[in-house]
Every structure is written in structure tokens, then in C-alpha cells.
Design a binder for this molecule. Structure first.
Ligand code: DGJ
Length: 710
């Protein structure tokens, strides 16, 4: 066999894998007809040598190993005591399933094996690639670098879209034009990070939300990573993603293997939103647990911004009562319930309910919450320890670090080496005890510092091991308590990748509950993650992180399109605002199935607006959000062209939020058509192709439109 060929609903993958040659990506793009052969594509790819470079066009390979002799790119770097560095992998065996394939390669000279596993999901068209390197030699092998795969993509992909940010500003998009040489994003923080989300898009210059070609690549990994796009002098383009390895971190003894994290990729020729729909389908059908998919996502109340460390059972009970009255379905007790954790200076690691704060234990609060018909959730940060804790005093040798080097100060906490069995067992036992002792259905699993010095007790680097240990610990808690949902949180959204999502149920998107920030953050996250797993909370009117004052109408509209929650002090909010919040929660519940199961259509708008919609899979219903972030330059904004509807059907259109909304200088189209009242019916074609004139609105207004097929 010379080609591994996989087909999905709308795309074809061809891997060149002739026996004895190095495997490479030959084609990944729109579906090729059955009459198109791999040979044909290969013959059309023939290249010539040139003066000033090698006499033959150097082949590219999935590994871009040193033995290829390529002058620019190396995706795999390994050696045995300075030797055996020049591997050249040759295909030894190819196996195919209906939608998967395996390419097994060997290099007899350096006695290494390299295996690639491909899955092309037939329904979504999502491509998954994993690779495994095995040391068949007699001596240990040091692996310095290994991209999961190096993928040659079409040169017409001139634009790179990277995802970056910081604490409270996650999922920012940066679109740049590719230049010659390398685009590299490296993350050495030991967690997924705020600053380098492990994903990138490659698109043509004119690709937008609804049209154009784009490849999306995501590394399902919650640790150090390296993402590269290399533009070679011969014009070819290689994208490569892999875990980033520290010196000496991976040393393979004879017979041992290193398994890379998976690349989750997708291709679309219908723009960014169509690409996101593929990723969402993957997350929904392959990562999330079916039983959690089947259950409506309960509306949360989280105590953090309401009380911080100031825990008091009576006050918490009052908050719970108030929350239940508003329609909240799950009460999550955040940081501060255990050990000496009265601030962020002490107590981490001592996972025992604080007797000083909860003299009767957590039982009375849990009973109160469950008695109100809500589920109880609780916060843990298992991987961390404060130096001022009983755990650290008893086991100072449990933390990661480098001998002779001071710990980097970071929220007054150190990282436990959870790859050590004794440490993982301790953490499991503590979490297990809390879950066994109480009727708790949800864990907010936090992680609030970088692994600045990820050295273990023996001095070797434990960063990769730490990520595997995290996944194992999450799985262990999950299998002991399958009814408990787990949220992946890391100072907001610093651990929200598809690796951790195989072991958890939702992510905390950001510590900014500022609705304006959130509009942008949630839009960025939506490139890869579906709305139902993005924790989106209504924060206080006076945003704690930004100091901005934002109306309840705007805050609620922003939170209700994701996994809705509240995170404000309900005891001090004005009654009028609470009434509005109660309506918003009811609205969210009314449309929750649509929001959490529908398909995303982000819209391209003027920069001062943000708009997107969720359309039911059968196109019978949709909910669109149009947000006026800042003031308009023109007297009136333009038209809203809905997307994703059925051109041939008619829809009843109404403005469902804010309630009773009136345009500035009414009547606008909203009042003229009574969209806030009875609504009006239009054809899908008119709504999408002609579009609807938008009303003038004040900055920081978010309008929600509902469409129902008639
Ligand atoms: C960081 C999280 O992102 C917050 O939501 C909160 O849980 C704090 N940690 C608690 O320390």
C-alpha cells in the first residue's frame, strides 16, 4: 500500500506511506471523488531540485527527523549519548480500519520505532493524530523534542491565527500574515497557560466567519507545548504541534515508548464558524460523558466574588436561599472552607473542613442547599500546597523544585509532585473522604500557579509526568464518584484544552466576570469549545477585576448564552436587579436545550459590535445575540444578517432580551414590528440574505433575538 486514505463526510485524508519511504501528509482537504487516486495526487506533487539547494527536492515527513537532512525544520530530536541522532524512519507496515489507520515505521540504524495513528471522524470530519516513539536499542535514548506530527498544508494558507491572552483576558485572537521562516509559540508554564492556547488556525487571507478555507489544529495537552508554522525557502508550509520537553525529561530505557499528545485538527472551506462546529461536535460526541450530555447543565451559584475567604455558614445559607429563589440549581462553595485557609497565604493541601469556620462541619450547609433542591459543589486545588500548611510541614519533600534554586514566588504556593504515588494517594484519599462524607455533585478543580521549576525528588524533570498524573487523578476521582462533575479551572481559563476535557466536564472560562471582557473571551473560546462547557457567570455590577459598572441586562445577556451561573453577593444587590436576573435565569432555562445542543454561527460585524447565534441542528429554532460594545460612528448600525437558517422556511422573530427594551428615539424597527411583543414572521431567505436593520442602542447593550420556524 502506498497511501493511507481516510474519508469523512466532507474531507479526504491521504498519507503517503510507500514501504521503505518516510511517511508524509500528501493531501488533507475537500473530499476527493472515488475516481481520484493517491498516485494521481502524488504525481501532481512532483518537485524539482534547484541551484543553491539540494539537487533533489527534499522530501518532507510527518516526523521531520534529522535523517531527512532538511536545512530548516526538525520535528524529532533524539540521541543516545550523543550518537544515533540521525534517524530516518521508513514505513514498515500500514493498517487501515474504516475511519482510522496506523503507519508503523522503523529506523534499523538507530533502532527506533515510530508509529502514527490517524482517526478521521466520519461525521464531524475531525482528524486526530497521535504518535509513539519506541526505543528498540540496547541503550537509553534521550528525546529532546518530538512534534506529534509535522503537516504540510497548502501554501495558500497565508494567515496564521494564534490564541493568546493573560489572566482575565483569555482566548484573544491574533491574525498575522505568514512570513518566511518560523512562527513559534512555546509554553513552559507546566499548564495549558493563559498566554499560549495550544491551538492555531491557518487560513487564506480572505477567510472569515462564513466563507473561505481554514485548517484548525489543537493540541490536546494540558502542559508545556510548542506550536510551529514554518515557511520553507522552497515555499512549502509545515505546521507542527507537540509537547515541549525539558532537558533529560524523556529518557527511554530499552523497550520503552513515549506517546505524544493528540493533535485534533479540522478543515473547513466554509469559514471559521463551520470549523468551530466541527470542533464542537468532536467535544460533544467524543470527549463529554454521554450521561452528562443528557443532563441539563444546572445554573450555578458560585461563592467566590460574593464572600471570597469570609465564610460563615449563616451567610452562606442566606445566599443559598436567595439563589434558589432566583432559580439557581447548583451551589458551589469556593476557596476557603478547609484547614487554615482564611486567605491565600495558608492552608492549601490541608483538605479537612475547618472547624474554626464550620464548627458543625459542612453538613448543615450541604443539607440546607440540597433541602432547597439544589446540588452542592465544592472547590479544590489538589496540586498545590501553601508552605504554611500542615501538609508542607509534614512533607516538605513532596514539592517540585530545583535544588539550590529558590522557588519562584507565585500566589504563596508550591506545586506538589503528584506523579509520586504517595502524593496522589494522599490527594485522592482527602478528596474521596469529602465526597463520601457529603452529598456533593460537583468539583471546581483549580490550579493557580505555573510549574516554574518542575524538578522531582531525584532532580529529573516531572512536567510531562505531572500532566499524566493529573489526568490519572481526575479519572480516579471520577471512577470512584461517577455522579460528580468536575470543572477544570486554572486562574480562570488557563487549563481549558481538549486534553483535560477528556477527564472533566466543563471549564472555567475566565476570572473576569466583566461582561464586555466576557463577550470577547467567550467568542475566542467558542472557536474550539461548545457553549455548554464554558462557565459564564453574572458578576457584581461593579466588576471586581476591571472596576467597570455594567448593567444587569448586559451581564445577564452575556452569561446566559453559555453554562450560566451567578457570582455576586445576592444579599446586597438591588431588588429590581435581582428580579431582572430571575427573568434571565428563566429565559436561559427555556432555551437551554437549544443553547447547549445547537450549532454556532459567529457573525462578522463592525469592530464595535459582536454577534453570534446558536441554531438548532434541524434549523427549527435559533437564538442570536447582537452586542453593542462601544458607540457607533454612524447614526444607525447596519443590518443583521442572520445565518444558518433554512432559506426555504419562515421564522417567527422576536426580541427576547432585554425585557421591555425600547430603542433610543423609538420607534425603531423593534417597536414598528412589535418584536418585543407579538413578534413577526419572515422568510429565512429574507432574514439571511436581506438582513434586518438594527436599531440604535446605547453602548453595552446586548440584544437577544429568538427565531422559531413556523
Ligand atoms: C482562581 C479561580 O479562577 C477563581 O474562580 C477562584 O476559584 C480562586 N482561584 C480561588 O482561590
Amino acid at each position: 500500500m502506498h497511501h493511507l486514505r481516510l474519508e469523512a463526510v466532507d474531507c479526504t485524508l491521504l498519507i503517503a506511506c510507500a514501504p521503505g519511504a518516510s511517511p508524509s501528509l500528501l493531501y488533507w482537504g475537500p473530499k476527493l471523488g472515488d475516481h481520484v487516486s493517491g498516485e494521481e495526487v502524488e504525481r501532481l506533487s512532483l518537485r524539482q531540485g534547484m541551484h543553491g539547494v539540494a539537487d533533489v527536492s527534499l522530501p518532507l515527513s510527518l516526523a521531520m527527523e534529522a535523517g531527512l537532512g532538511h536545512p530548516m525544520v526538525q520535528g524529532l530530536a533524539a540521541h543516545r549519548d550523543g550518537k544515533d541522532w540521525g534517524s530516518l524512519f521508513r514505513v514498515a507496515k500500514v493498517e487501515t480500519g474504516s475511519h482510522s489507520g496506523k503507519v508503523v515505521c522503523r529506523d534499523e540504524q538507530t533502532r527506533l520505532g515510530l508509529e502514527y495513528n490517524f482517526v478521521l471522524e466520519p461525521d464531524s470530519g475531525v482528524l486526530r493524530i497521535a504518535s509513539t516513539l519506541t526505543n528498540y536499542g540496547a541503550a537509553p535514548l534521550d528525546l529532546n523534542e518530538m512534534a506529534t506530527a509535522c503537516l504540510e498544508l497548502p501554501q495558500s494558507m497565508t494567515d496564521i491565527i494564534g490564541f493568546t491572552g493573560r489572566w482575565t483576558q483569555e482566548f484573544g485572537r491574533e491574525r498575522i500574515t505568514r512570513t518566511s521562516g518560523s512562527y513559534v509559540r512555546e509554553n513552559r508554564s507546566g499548564r495549558t497557560s493563559h498566554f499560549s492556547y495550544p491551538a492555531l488556525l491557518l487560513a487564506t487571507a480572505d477567510t472569515n466567519e462564513s466563507a473561505g478555507e481554514v485548517y484548525g489544529l489543537h493540541l490536546a495537552w494540558s502542559g508545556n507545548h510548542r506550536l510551529r508554522v514554518d515557511t520553507l525557502t522552497d515555499g512549502r508550509l509545515i505546521a507542527s504541534l507537540g509537547a515541549l520537553l525539558f532537558p533529560g525529561e524523556i529518557r527511554l530505557a530499552p523497550g520503552e515508548s513515549y506517546a505524544s499528545p493528540e493533535i485534533i485538527g479540522a478543515y473547513s472551506d466554509r469559514g471559521f464558524s463551520a470549523l468551530s462546529r466541527k470542533f464542537h461536535q468532536h467535544v460533544r460526541s467524543r470527549l463529554l460523558r454521554p450521561e452528562m450530555r443528557a443532563k441539563p447543565r444546572p445554573v450555578h451559584y458560585n461563592t467566590w466574588e460574593a464572600v471570597y475567604f469570609d465564610h460563615d455558614t449563616e451567610k452562606l445559607k442566606q445566599l443559598a436561599t436567595k439563589a434558589a429563589d432566583l432559580g439557581v440549581e447548583r451551589f458551589v462553595l469556593d476557596d476557603g472552607w478547609f484547614g487554615a485557609r482564611r486567605n491565600d497565604l495558608a492552608g492549601l493541601g490541608d483538605w479537612v473542613v475547618s472547624e474554626a469556620v464550620y464548627p458543625e462541619g459542612l453538613g448543615p450547609l450541604v443539607d440546607h442547599v440540597t433541602g432547597l433542591g439544589m446540588e452542592m459543589g465544592i472547590w479544590f486545588e489538589p496540586e498545590m500546597v501553601n508552605p504554611d500548611s500542615d501538609l508542607y510541614r509534614a512533607h516538605p519533600d513532596w514539592v517540585l523544585g530545583v535544588e539550590g534554586v529558590d522557588q519562584v514566588p507565585f500566589r504563596t504556593q508550591y506545586v506538589l509532585d503528584i506523579s509520586r504515588k504517595v502524593v496522589a494517594d494522599y490527594l485522592f484519599d482527602r478528596i474521596d473522604a469529602v465526597l463520601r462524607d457529603h452529598d456533593i455533585r460537583y468539583i471546581k478543580w483549580d490550579m493557580n500557579r505555573d510549574l516554574s521549576h518542575p524538578g522531582g525528588l531525584d532532580g529529573a524533570v516531572r512536567a510531562v509526568a505531572q500532566v499524566h498524573a493529573l489526568y490519572a487523578l481526575l479519572d480516579r476521582v471520577r471512577s470512584a464518584h461517577p455522579q460528580v462533575e468536575i470543572e477544570s479551572c486554572s486562574s480562570g481559563g488557563a487549563r481549558a484544552d481538549m486534553g483535560v476535557l477528556a477527564h472533566s466536564d466543563r471549564v472555567w472560562t475566565s476570572d473576569s466576570n466583566d461582561a464586555l471582557d466576557r463577550q470577547n473571551i467567550q467568542r475566542g473560546a467558542s472557536f474550539f469549545l461548545p457553549p455548554e462547557i464554558l462557565g459564564c457567570h453574572v458578576g457584581p455590577a461593579h466588576c471586581h477585576v476591571t472596576g467597570r459598572r455594567i448593567s444587569m441586562a448586559m451581564r445577564a445577556a452575556t452569561a446566559l448564552t453559555g453554562h450560566m451561573g451567578l457570582e455576586l453577593n445576592l444579599l446586597t444587590e438591588r431588588e429590581a436587579e435581582l428580579a431582572q436576573l430571575k427573568s434571565a435565569i428563566a429565559l436561559h432555562k427555556r432555551h437551554r436545550t437549544l443553547l447547549h445542543d445547537g450549532e454556532i454561527y459567529r457573525l462578522d460585524t463592525a469592530p464595535q459590535h459582536l454577534a453570534s447565534g446558536i441554531v438548532a441542528r434541524d434549523k427549527s429554532e435559533a437564538l442570536f445575540s447582537f452586542c453593542y460594545m462601544t458607540g457607533d460612528q454612524h447614526v444607525l448600525p447596519g443590518r443583521l444578517q442572520f445565518a444558518g437558517l433554512d432559506l426555504a422556511r419562515s421564522y417567527h422573530l422576536s426580541l427576547i432580551w432585554p425585557e421591555g427594551w425600547q430603542a433610543v428615539k423609538a420607534p425603531s424597527l423593534i417597536e414598528k414590528l412589535d418584536l418585543s411583543g407579538a413578534g413577526a414572521v419572515f422568510s429565512g431567505a429574507a432574514l439571511m440574505q436581506a438582513g434586518m436593520q438594527l436599531p440604535h442602542a446605547q453602548p453595552e447593550t446586548c440584544l437577544l433575538f429568538h427565531l422559531k420556524a413556523v
